[in-house]
Design a binder for this molecule. Sequence first.
Ligand SMILES: CCCCCCCCCCCCCCCC(=O)SCCNC(=O)CCNC(=O)[C@H](O)C(C)(C)COP(=O)(O)OP(=O)(O)OC[C@H]1O[C@@H](n2cnc3c(N)ncnc32)[C@H](O)[C@@H]1OP(=O)(O)O
Length: 133
Amino acid sequence: MRFHTRKWVKPEDLNANETLFGGRVLAWIDEEAALYSIIQLENKKVVTKYMSEINFMSTAKQGDIIEIGIEVVKFGVSSLTLNCEVRNKMTRETIVTVDNIIMVNLGDDGKPKPHGKKKVEYVRDRLASSEGN
Ligand SMILES: CCCCCCCCCCCCCCCC(=O)SCCNC(=O)CCNC(=O)[C@H](O)C(C)(C)COP(=O)(O)OP(=O)(O)OC[C@H]1O[C@@H](n2cnc3c(N)ncnc32)[C@H](O)[C@@H]1OP(=O)(O)O
């Protein structure tokens, strides 16, 4: 799994227990999944359809640095299934996992549209192939 994004836990990210607010983590995960999908599917119109069980395993406190990892579980026809882990950057302790996040590629009409992708693509490969043309 690649951990693309880091976040610094700030006072506004805390709950009444003075630990990281779960809703904030879910917003970060949703944004990360959307950005990952937009880049992979090369389409800005991508929505979150479904998230499987969310398992909070540990927490973080103010000043901690956390990182968000995403990997592809499956390329569907219009969907992309992702797996996510959020962990403490310093201790590597897992904070939360989400096994299946289903993102759906939309057309201009807002309906599911086949994305035509079958494997993870990296920007450097896309640049190399466009230079070769
Ligand atoms: C222009 C703007 C610039 C933007 C610049 C970038 C900004 C970047 C900022 C990002 C910021 C964060 C952004 C977060 C993204 C949101 O949070 S989006 C908001 C929340 N989500 C929604 O509002 C979606 C609401 N739902 C819907 O509109 C419709 O359900 C959908 C998504 C269009 C799907 O319609 P549907 O009729 O259910 O579709 P259906 O054909 O049955 O299924 C489509 C696919 O999903 C799969 N699926 C459906 N349900 C399930 C399920 N329960 N389990 C598993 N798979 C399922 C199907 O198997 C199918 O897969 P494929 O076989 O095609 O691969």
